[in-house]
Design a protein around this ligand. Structure first.
Ligand code: C2E
Ligand code: CA
Ligand code: CA
Ligand code: CA
Length: 279
């Protein structure tokens, strides 16, 4: 038994070592990836399902690493948040989105507003407003081209600072949406105090709207409260016509999901903006 105990301990230490090694590796790979432009933004259209028009685009990061292959954001964003590298990634994302908007404008295409996901805690500092302003200025863009997606968690970390930051973004014309709404812990009465524009209903509720009564009840409650607070609503992760019809019937026409379009490279979006969605 003693022997076995030691083996277990050794095994545990080895595992810890491997994990530490892996973290160091990943941190280094991320740094190299940023330096070498190994990241790209894909875009997923946000659709007004009533008219079929594209009312927005969500930018979603993709990492094509020569060493690690394709790394999905769920595998490196949480890590980057811990290691602090998320600030650099957020900045890269805003820069890349602005560069793309400017490229579309230069081609004579007027893109809908582009939503970027920001998860860095620099949201709580002044630097976020400055960073966004700098990126816009770099490409001579007005703020209305950009939307910032934040989760409830990021905002609730420091309510006062968040309110100040959101107010400044709004003054620049940048709109703000709350991502994954309903999964966090903020109450709607709190939300009313924030200068936000849009709520994105989390996919987990949308998945349930035609299957379980909870999903349907939560979704309709969010829609009716958001409507009475005059907030825009976007339903995330719409995959079936049944879900679309439910949302249309309950007053949430703007949606995003595989039913309409997956996240695609910018060239594909160019084609969609010129030709429209095949519906
Ligand atoms: P999110 O912001 O909630 O993004 C929505 C995710 O759902 C995306 O996954 C998208 O591809 C996926 N999705 C869209 N429609 C459907 C659908 O109909 N069905 C299903 N099953 N999924 C759908 P993705 O691109 O893998 O991103 C995952 C998460 O990683 C994002 O969740 C976001 O939290 C984070 N992320 C992605 N890009 C960025 C970024 O540029 N910066 C930061 N900070 N985080 C990002
Ligand atoms: Ca998002
Ligand atoms: Ca989301
Ligand atoms: Ca999410």
């Amino acid at each position: 038994a003693k022997r076995e105990g030691r083996n277990n301990a050794q095994f545990f230490m080895q595992a810890l070592n491997d994990a530490a090694c892996e973290r160091l590796q990943l941190e280094r790979q991320l740094r190299k990836g940023l330096a070498n432009e190994e990241f790209v933004l894909y875009y997923q259209p946000q659709i007004d399902a009533g008219s079929g028009s594209i009312v927005g685009l969500e930018a979603l990061i993709r990492w094509q690493s020569p060493e690690l292959g394709f790394v999905p954001p769920a595998s490196f964003i949480p890590f980057a948040e811990e290691s602090g590298q998320i600030m650099l990634i957020d900045e890269w994302v805003v820069h890349a989105a602005c560069r793309q908007v400017a490229a579309w404008l230069a081609q004579g295409i007027v893109p809908p507003r582009v939503a970027v996901n920001l998860s860095g805690c620099h949201f709580l500092k002044k630097s976020l407003v400055e960073m966004v302003a700098e990126c816009l200025q770099n490409f001579a863009l007005e703020g209305r081209h950009l939307e910032v997606e934040l989760t409830e968690g990021v905002i609730m970390r420091d309510v006062e600072q968040a309110t100040a930051t959101l107010t400044e973004l709004k003054a620049m014309g940048v709109t703000v949406s709350i991502d994954d709404f309903g999964t966090g812990y903020s109450s709607l009465s709190y939300l009313r105090r924030f200068p936000i524009d849009t709520l994105k209903i989390d996919r987990s509720f949308i998945t349930g709207v035609t299957k379980d009564t909870d999903g349907a009840a939560i979704t309709t409650a969010i829609i009716s409260m958001a409507t009475s607070m005059r907030l825009e609503i976007i339903a995330e992760g719409v995959e079936t016509a049944e879900q679309m019809n439910f949302l249309l019937e309950h007053g949430c026409p703007v949606m995003q999901g595989y039913l309409f379009c997956r996240p695609v490279p910018p060239e594909e979006i160019t084609r969609l903006l010129v030709e429209g969605l095949p519906m």
